[in-house]
Design a protein around this ligand. Structure first.
Ligand SMILES: *Cc1c(COP(=O)(O)O)cnc(C)c1O
Length: 390
């Protein structure tokens, strides 16, 4: 099929919920991809932080294919050793006690919200505090948790019971945490909100405040998790341990997964029949995730993520069109002195470089395994595009 045929088919048969770029990707290897017409791209997106080990990593592919050839799915009424092993490996990496598996970030947050409601139920505490400018998903409840009105518009009424606080303002947060609040849910680095990192004092103070007021401290690690920030979970880099953490995007290296992790004191808070998912914890997906966890949860791998992040920053800051760079590890937001981020994204694609935007910033979420050569090639293309739009 030619690109035009693919595009026509999309126009005719797919709901237009995405502003797409003119490229149909059909093949990839690590941080390199090729489109339907054979054009090569350097990839700084990893599919919004999903392909942690890059495109079609050989060991990941082998693990997934081998499991598909053994048993591809079973009903959650039976046991699966891929599923139980992933739960143990993940809990140990995260400092958590138990896992619930589902298929996406939004579902993982739905599970966290159900746990929070159940935790507060006995004392009538049903409110959940989230931050302005946050992003927690597209279901009606996780939209309500998302502190950005632009996403709510047209879909009212949403699930009730969410309060919004300003990130960084501990006093404002403290004023909200009365007896009606059962939990807070935050991103340590707001991804969709424009790659906005919370400062350490705020996150640590927030965590302490929650403990003092018997409010669950829940961290949405959907974008920041699984090595993205140079720590297995970003909260480990902030020196806090949440009661509940949610993870998805990069966890299975490109297969749909979500997980809600809880600390020891919440062991078995949800009873049989209170939560479930047909596909959740599917053995093929878990086999892919185990390969990701095995590779990422290694100090040398995580150290390399941090070093690559520092290298990106150094090179980006040397580009005269760049105003500032923010984020952690390989989660980078780039503010340009002038020009429109989306226009830059389009021009990058034309130049053979895949990037993302987040609000008015250009965003890079490259595969964690990106090589020196791939970084340099992509950065060179980026510098060239910036010179042209300047
Ligand atoms: C992407 C994202 C979600 C939603 O995940 P889906 O898998 O698209 O449902 C939730 N929270 C954060 C922080 C995200 O970045």
């Amino acid at each position: 099929m030619t690109f035009q045929e693919i595009k026509d088919q999309e126009q005719a048969y797919i709901m237009h919920t995405y502003g797409r770029v003119d490229a149909a990707l059909v093949k990839g290897r690590n941080a390199r991809a090729w489109d339907a017409e054979g054009k090569e791209y350097i990839d700084f997106t990893s599919g919004i932080g999903v392909n942690s080990l890059g495109y079609s990593d050989p060991q990941w592919t082998a693990a997934v294919a081998a499991q598909a050839g053994e048993i591809q799915h079973l009903c959650n009424y039976y046991y699966s050793p891929q599923n139980t092993a992933l739960a143990e490996e993940l809990c140990k990496a995260a400092g958590m006690a138990q896992a619930f598996f589902c298929n996406s970030g939004a579902e993982a947050n739905e599970c966290a919200i159900k746990i929070a409601r159940k935790y507060g139920e006995k004392r009538g505490a049903d409110k959940i505090v989230t931050l302005n400018n946050s992003f927690h998903g597209r279901t009606l409840t996780t939209l309500a948790a998302t502190g950005q009105e632009a996403f709510h518009k047209d879909f009212l009424p949403l699930t009730e019971g969410f309060l919004y606080a300003e990130g960084g303002d501990l006093e404002a947060v403290a004023a909200l945490l009365d007896g009606s609040v059962c939990a807070v849910l935050i991103e340590t680095v707001q991804g969709e909100g424009g790659v906005v990192p919370m400062d350490e004092g705020f996150v640590q103070g927030f965590s302490r405040l929650c403990r003092e007021r018997d409010v669950l401290f829940m961290v949405d690690e959907v974008q920041t998790g699984v090595g993205r920030t140079g720590h297995f979970y970003s909260y480990q880099g902030y020196g806090v341990q949440p009661d509940v953490a949610t993870s998805a995007k990069g966890l299975a290296g490109g297969l749909p997964i979500g997980v809600c992790l809880v600390k020891e004191r919440l062991r078995n808070i949800l009873k049989p029949g209170q939560q479930g998912s047909t596909f959740g914890g599917n053995p093929v997906v878990c086999a892919g995730a185990r390969e990701v966890v095995r590779r990422v949860n290694d100090p040398a791998f995580l150290g390399a993520v941090e070093e690559k992040g520092a290298y990106f920053r150094e090179k980006l800051l040397a580009m005269p069109q760049v105003d500032f760079v923010r984020g952690r590890g390989l989660m980078l937001g780039i503010k340009l002195k002038s020009g429109d981020a989306h226009d830059v994204l389009t021009k990058c694609a034309e130049a053979g470089l895949l990037v993302l935007t987040a609000k008015e910033l250009v965003r890079f979420l490259p595969p964690l395994t990106i090589t020196q050569e791939e970084m340099d090639e992509g950065l060179e293309k980026f510098a060239k595009v910036l010179r042209e739009v300047d």
